[in-house]
Design a binder for this molecule. Structure first.
Ligand code: ATP
Length: 288
């Protein structure tokens, strides 16, 4: 067990009795900056293999929660119980590749064993980058770099995959392709996932459950029970979008495609008009 200065403990999730053990269990989590409690008694459970999307207004504490789960917040004051698998990977908005290492070396960085190279090559093939092993990161597009970041995460077969706006810097079409890729990878590898996103549509397309962070705690916890593939034009999709946007404080009449839950001037995300031009196969074909 690792103990944080703020009283947080991180352990492997305990084995269950009958029910599968949750991959993540957070209870009464507090995180504060200069006496301001950003997370204030937050409770959250994520089951093994479950995909949870985390929405919330800008500054609500989404990244603070993700960093707590990643154990990247040792300098932050806090308390509470946090149980999460030690085998976890994080993908950020920027791929964070080492520019002086080739793509394959970035993927297998820190991996031991004679099979590491083969595993890295297999991971790159899984994300559609077979043949690019010897490229330098600067020779890849932003979307390709994020594919490498996904490969680097999944080659470690994490029990928990933490994603902090991983597609936030990508164009709309690339985002749609990345959504489909991420779903396929998650269906195959079955990590528990926490996806931080501003994009309500992205959350609905990808997640089994959407949670909304507000005033330091989970204010809404909504299962996504939609038929596959999840199409933006489906009435149930629209109802769920409106419900989540209302929760985020976006009035229903402006709650259509292109609106940002922060009410800011963010560019349009992955929305129906853009997806209408995308072949069905590129959209999210969920198998579970
Ligand atoms: N290292 C820090 N020092 C001081 N304040 C911080 C620090 N990190 C985060 N905060 C503050 O904590 C609050 C929550 O930040 P956080 O990044 O978790 O929000 P967020 O919901 O992820 O925001 P966004 O959606 O804009 O990325 C913000 O008010 C932020 O200014």
């Amino acid at each position: 067990m690792a103990t944080h200065p703020g009283g947080l403990s991180t352990t492997a999730a305990p084995a269950g009795t009958g029910q599968p053990a949750p991959a993540v269990r957070v209870s009464e989590l507090v995180r504060a900056f200069s006496d301001r409690r950003v997370l204030d008694g937050l409770d959250l459970t994520i089951r093994a293999g479950e995909f949870v999307a985390l929405l919330g207004r800008s500054g609500s504490g989404k990244s603070t929660l993700l960093r707590a789960l990643a154990e990247l917040d040792h300098e932050v004051a806090g308390s509470g119980l946090l149980q999460a698998p030690r085998n976890r990977s994080v993908v950020f908005q920027d791929a964070r590749l080492l520019p002086w290492r080739r793509v394959l070396d970035n993927v297998v960085l820190g991996l031991d064993g004679p099979g590491a190279g083969d595993r890295g090559r297999a991971a790159l093939a899984e994300v559609g980058l077979a043949g690019r092993e010897r490229a330098w990161p600067t020779q890849l597009s932003g979307g390709e770099q994020q594919r490498v970041a996904l490969a680097r995460s999944l080659v470690r077969e994490p029990e928990l995959l933490l994603l902090d706006e991983p597609f936030g810097a990508l164009d709309a079409l690339t985002r749609i392709r990345m959504h489909a890729l991420l779903r396929r990878l998650c269906d195959r590898h079955r990590p528990a996932v926490l996806l931080v996103t501003h994009d309500v549509d992205e959350a609905i397309v990808l997640a089994d459950r959407v949670v909304v962070l507000e005033e330091g705690a989970i204010a809404a916890d909504v299962p996504v029970d939609l038929p596959a593939p999840r199409e933006h034009g489906h009435p149930a999709f629209g109802r769920l979008r409106a419900r989540l946007l209302a929760r985020l404080g976006v009035p229903a009449q402006v709650g259509g495609p292109g609106d940002d839950p922060d009410g800011g001037a963010a560019p349009p995300r992955t929305h129906a008009p853009q997806q209408a031009h995308v072949p069905q196969a590129a959209q999210n074909g969920r198998s579970r």
